[in-house]
Design a protein around this ligand. Structure first.
Ligand code: HEC
Length: 132
């Protein structure tokens, strides 16, 4: 009987450990996304059809250096995202640091079913220096 209780206790503790692991590792990225991007690209990353391009499943995300530069300097003019044409203006984000941009990119890379690699800070920092 004691043994059974011990096993139950052990299982419970393991469950607690697993629950801890489940907390979102991209918390800062998520908060920054909500503050700076969500108005346009929306909570589900699908954006606004025909007006603002999606981040969920976007082919642009494959080039994270380019994404870093888009975040910092904004974007305008004709672009093609997943075969669809967009032409509106995205504002710059001059106040976001390289660390914050890295966190946003890693949040996006793992949100809404996106399954892209984790991008380390130094890659983003280098890319940002190139597009200054
Ligand atoms: C005021 C609206 C607005 C805000 C805020 C905004 N964007 Fe954009 N974003 C756009 C538009 C519009 C485009 C397409 C620009 C064009 O047509 O040339 C775009 C393009 C992009 C692209 C490239 C295309 C794609 O869909 O993959 C990325 C990546 C992106 N935005 C990420 C972000 C991130 C990250 C933030 C927050 C830091 C952000 N945007 C904030 C409107 C916005």
């Amino acid at each position: 009987m004691i043994r059974f209780q011990l096993i139950t206790l052990l299982m419970f503790m393991l469950l607690l450990v697993f629950m801890q692991c489940d907390t979102n590792p991209y918390k800062q990225g998520l908060a920054l996304y909500e503050q700076n991007c969500q108005n346009c690209h929306q909570e589900d990353g699908k954006a606004v059809r025909g007006l603002i391009p999606p981040l969920a499943g976007s082919d642009y995300l494959l080039n994270s250096g380019q994404v870093a530069c888009i975040i910092r300097h904004g974007l305008e003019g004709d672009i093609l995202v997943n075969g669809k044409r967009y032409n509106h203006k995205m504002p710059e984000n001059k106040k976001l640091t390289a660390t914050q941009i890295t966190n946003i990119i890693n949040y996006i890379n793992h949100a809404w079913g996106n399954d892209l690699p984790y991008i380390p800070y130094n890659i983003i920092d280098e890319a940002l220096k190139e597009c200054e």
